[in-house]
Design a protein around this ligand. Sequence first.
Ligand code: SAM
Ligand code: SF4
Ligand code: SF4
Length: 352
Amino acid sequence: MSPAGSLVDSHGRTLRDMRVSLTDRCNFRCLYCLPETEAAQNFYRGRWGQMPESKPITQEWVPKSHLLSFEEIERVIKLAVRLGITKIRLTGGEPMLRQELEKLVARIAAIPGIEDLAMTTNGSLFAEKAQALRDAGLRRVSFSMDSLDRDNFKKMTGRDGLESVLKSIRLAKKIGFAPLKVNAVVIRDINDHEIESLVEFARGEDISLRFIEFMPLDSARAWQREMVVPGTEILRRLQSRFDLRLVVNENLSSTSKRWAHADGRGEIGIIAPVSEPFCGHCNRIRLTADGKVRTCLFSVTEHDLRSILRGGASDRELDRWLRGVVWQKEDRHHIGEPDFVPASRSMSCIGG
Ligand code: SAM
Ligand code: SF4
Ligand code: SF4
């Protein structure tokens, strides 16, 4: 178990970053996360010949009574911050679907010791609450946007939502959320032809565009390695088109390698968990919407914090429990190895 006062695992990593999922539900059906649309099924059928034999994850939405309340989330975050967590990212599912989100943000923003409070969203509903979230103390937002082509966006997300996401990104910039990041999951033969145009967009807006390798976290369990566009390939292509300078990053726990354009407008990040894993420096822990602690994206075991919270545990007991859980954090993922076991839930339930 980690020493009192800190969250250290048995591999010597100190945890600083907590991802808090606010709901497992989502208004999108991204083909790399919840591939339930006809277009997504057709894509995978085309790649596999038919859908793979391996069992899809049956998506049973978390009942409302199992969702952690704002009070419970605040208590867990306070405890985690006392144990050294400094970075909180709100995620989901789609976090904007959580009612009165701005009230939760205000509670979290008031916790002393949090150096970075951010949120990841698909951007479709963000504009309605952008100012309220900013006023409540949210400082950073990352948007997910995989395509700039209306039809392709729809194919990838299952929704005709490109315009609303673009509007949200521009509004976030205007209101002063910074630094602003846009994440794009790259899938071969789906949106890899858009890499350059996405970068052009980010340059035009002077924001950061981060490319993420497709990971086996889709609910259909239809991921194939051939669909992954390796980070090195993305970089090679971008270097042949743009004048890029490596941004030296002192933070070893950072998931992305970054490049700036020579003229200083816009930035590129490449997150390559499949081809260049960064588990050795992982400092993250996840809290699911139904109160389970996950020590790795690919955990096959979850730790039931909700029962303990609701069973009346004292802060001291929770503290000891959490340190014991963190101690067991997995050393790395096993993607591509014969012993790889897919995660028990899809990315929308885990909280990316
Ligand atoms: N719904 C929000 C959104 O899409 O931004 C927040 C939750 S989503 C699960 C968080 C991030 O995970 C998104 O940037 C999404 O692109 C990424 N993601 C989801 N499934 C993924 C997969 N199979 N491989 C890589 N990234 C994935
Ligand atoms: Fe929803 Fe985000 Fe998953 Fe897309 S990636 S289905 S927006 S949770
Ligand atoms: Fe951390 Fe697990 Fe992701 Fe590796 S796979 S970086 S250990 S969460």
